[in-house]
Design a protein around this ligand. Sequence first.
Ligand SMILES: O=C(O)C1=C[C@@H](OP(=O)(O)O)[C@@H](O)[C@H](O)C1
Ligand SMILES: C=C(OP(=O)(O)O)C(=O)O
Length: 448
Amino acid sequence: MSGHGTPIPMSSHASKGLKGQADVPGDKSISHRSLILGAMCVGETTITGLLEGEDVLDTAKAMRAMGADITRDEDGTWHVYGVGVGGFAEPDQVIDCGNSGTGVRLIMGAMATSPIAATFTGDASLNKRPMARVTDPLALFGAQTVGRSGGRLPMTVIGAQDPIPVRYEVPVPSAQVKSAVLLAGLNAPGQTIVTEREATRDHSERMLAGFGAEISTEVTNECRIITLTGRPELKPQSIAVPRDPSSAAFPVCAALITEGSDVLVPNIGLNPTRAGLFTTLREMGADLTYENEREEGGEPVADLRARFSPDMKGIEVPPDRAASMIDEYPVLSVVAAFAEGQTMMRGVKELRVKESDRIDAMATGLRACGVTVEEGEDWWSVEGRGIGGVQGGATCASHLDHRIAMSFMVLGLATTKPVTVDDGSPIATSFPIFEDLMGSLGADIRRD
Ligand SMILES: O=C(O)C1=C[C@@H](OP(=O)(O)O)[C@@H](O)[C@H](O)C1
Ligand SMILES: C=C(OP(=O)(O)O)C(=O)O
């Protein structure tokens, strides 16, 4: 879906005593990958718990356009009948990935070693984001790309006729780039080897192994080296998508900053490549506990219990933790505003190339609400004002960015005056039930 139609202004108002259970939707990263890998094997893959947000629905559409048969039962079970590695059909329309960097980058990778051409576009946010980070390695496989200047969408990818396997060191910490290379490697004969210096989310590696690909990861002191053997016969799977820790972050952080709150967020995946926010919040002194810790589908899972935490302290977030919480910095900056002292976040320049420049978007809104924020290219800091110390009262721009919109809605639950966002419509990309779920806990979030 391109664009978000009519803007939805929203406001959030001081709320106390958030209580209850927050059943957040399925993991966005795992949902995209389930559909794409399901489309790349012959036979039926079934998926339960799929995130039915716009980003993932756009990926389902793209996979249909490339030949997969995808259906949904009334009970929410999805069925993907795939075309096999190398079996993608050439789409006869432009593929619109909407707001989704993950969708477009992974799909470009998946088709880049098939002898087809496809043209990709997105909404105003996605069409500003850098694509050279994926098209550079895809060229090594033999794919050609033509896009707008600066490597932006819309862009046509002409898949390699005779792909060759690739050895590639990912130059930025990005699971999307790593995954695009691995997915391209599936249809290249021989071994594709990807190296990353910082560990990023490893859902592609786990899921490729689950689908029967020959893939291994060697961890050294300096890096992770992932080796994939091309041209496997992937075997269809039955996938239960775990709930999304990045969505869980919103009710968790809301509970920490609103007086009298006690919220349970069950079944959250605590894969170490994703759980950095929760570690950070606990270091700040948050009353956040892991209950019922267990393993599900090879992933650590727990129920998160978050209670009002009036004594949180600002900390320096270790830069080597950045990749494991990259999407959570906006909402962390909100919590930091209610802690005592400074929270310093370094090694985070990737935040500047997400759906928006997230440092700039949050800094501008937080300052308008009375919070001191300083920033450099690769870092930012928030001066905490303690519980009750943040004024609010501003209208903040969401810049077509779901995480920015939701973060400001969490902010307004604990400020003196309400906080407004100009457009909450992008929330539907990753967390379509956000308003209902937060409302069920007692949060006062309104459409204006
Ligand atoms: O691979 C993924 O599913 C994702 C990787 C991250 O992006 P980068 O690879 O650009 O860091 C993250 O921000 C995004 O929400 C999802
Ligand atoms: C960065 C994000 O997503 P994407 O890159 O897929 O647009 C996100 O969900 O925070």
